[in-house]
Design a protein around this ligand. Structure first.
Ligand code: SF4
Length: 446
């Protein structure tokens, strides 16, 4: 049973020393009770009190680590129901199903497709991350061989699924470097699967089709000492998927119901064979709380929109996306190429670079740090003033790369041209177009 803020407060030192980052012990107690602070932030809590507070301070949704030590991913660990309340931290893992009934050539093709399916966007590498490897014939040797093939042919995270404990164990041995997930514990096999997960210290998927049965199952597994559990309610429809995922998140965060305080998996490949429908179900899972979605295929037209959707859902709404300040060569510019400048708001950067690339005109693009503000906002906030931009251009090192002494500024920042000319007396200031779509024609006219 979770403790209230007042109950926690009674156990704190009450010195109000502020070392936890909060003004008083009471404020810290309240933050702890609502899952907004970590107990470790107070250095003065005794071990005895720590033990008592463990229940109250445990994250409402357990963070489950998977993957190799040097590239671990976390499932769950979320603290809010709605992204605008804070942010979502641990993006949904997108997985593809592989089975021991597949021909070698098909597996090879899937591995190749997996490794090639990577997209650069806003400076990030977007890609699916996992294979869900399914035992289809109960052959431990065949299962382990497929797992090894996936290990050798990809850097994928791994989920292993079999009804048989010995088969699962053989797969886990082959994949142990990547801390795989074991699947699936049910009411019927919970003792054996729980014992295996505990012995190997690996996360375990728990599946039941009713809330009561699932809560009973996770309580049993937790009692056996299995700490890392992933919930699977095996939904049969989009409506049920949404309803279940929301119910689990609400129960964990609002109701502080520990049996549902775990990440959720949606295996949409079992809901339909139609890849387009799978992509729609996966999109629901990404929007509402799935930590893993499993599809049957990696066709780019299904995966790419999911990657973009995930990027949007898991971007901190309070922090603008930014690119690094610096000099960006586009279309192989040389010392005579034009020089343009804009802000480091990621959207601005990507639209402007896209248009310059499309123009095929070799160009140096200077990106000035405006804390992620767009041109007009940055100018209005005094972060893209003539003085500022002038000083940045002088210090940027562009004069070592280009002889050109004309600077193209965004049309929306035309007002800074006078100050800029004073700051850069040897330069000619050219006012570029207001709309990015006019950039190619403007560059070609120079
Ligand atoms: Fe109180 Fe501990 Fe925070 Fe100090 S660090 S104010 S003792 S809760």
């Amino acid at each position: 049973m979770a403790l209230t803020g007042i109950e926690i407060f009674k156990m704190l030192p009450k010195t109000n020393c502020k070392e936890c980052g909060l003004p008083t012990c009471l404020a810290f107690a309240m933050a702890l009770a609502s899952g907004k602070a970590e107990l470790d932030a107070c250095p003065y809590v005794s071990d005895e009190v720590k033990e008592k507070l463990a229940e109250a301070s445990a994250p409402p949704i357990r963070p489950v680590k998977i993957g190799p030590k040097d590239a671990q991913k976390t499932l769950g660990g979320e603290t809010v129901q709605f992204r605008h309340e804070k942010t979502f931290f641990n993006p949904t893992i997108i997985a593809c199903r592989l089975g021991t009934d597949m021909a070698d050539a098909d597996v090879d093709a899937k591995l190749k497709q997996f490794m090639g399916l990577q997209f650069e966007r806003v400076g990030l590498n977007l890609r699916p991350e996992m294979f869900a490897i399914v035992d289809k014939n109960g052959d431990a040797g065949k299962f382990a061989a497929l797992v090894k093939k996936v290990m050798d042919g990809s850097d994928a995270l791994i989920l292993l699924r079999s009804d048989k404990v010995d088969v699962l164990k053989a797969g886990a041995e082959a994949a142990k470097e990547r801390r795989p997930i074991l699947a699936t514990a049910t009411a019927e096999n919970a003792d054996a699967m729980g014992a295996l997960a505990k012995e190997l210290d690996l996360p375990l998927v728990a599946r039941a089709e009713s809330y009561d049965a699932l809560a009973e199952l996770t309580t049993k597994l937790t009692g056996m000492g299995v700490k890392d559990i992933i919930l699977n309610s095996a939904p049969k429809s989009a409506k049920q998927l949404l309803q279940d995922n929301v119910a689990f998140r609400r129960a964990a965060l609002v109701g502080k119901f520990r049996p549902f305080g775990f990440p959720v998996i949606n295996n949409v490949s079992l809901m339909t064979d139609d890849l387009k429908k799978q992509a729609l179900y996966a999109a629901l899972g990404i929007a509402k709380y799935a930590s893993i979605v499993v599809l049957s295929d990696l066709a780019p037209h299904a995966i790419f929109p999911l990657l973009l959707q995930r990027l949007n859902v898991y971007t901190d709404p309070q922090k603008p996306m930014i690119v690094t300040q610096g000099i960006y060569p586009i279309n192989n510019p040389d010392e005579n190429s034009p020089i343009a400048i804009t802000t480091n708001f990621a959207l601005t950067y990507f639209i402007v670079t896209g248009e310059i690339e499309g123009s095929k005109v070799p160009t140096w693009l200077l990106i000035k740090d405006t804390e992620g503000l767009s041109v007009m906002t940055a100018w209005a906030a005094g972060k893209f003033s003539g003085d500022d931009v002038g000083i940045f251009v002088k210090k940027s090192g562009i004069t070592d790369k280009a002889k050109t002494r004309s600077l193209i500024i965004p049309g929306y920042a035309a007002a800074i041209s006078g100050d800029l000319e004073e700051e850069l007396p040897d330069w000619k200031i050219l006012i570029g177009p207001r709309e990015a779509s006019h950039i190619p024609a403007f560059l070609k006219s120079l």
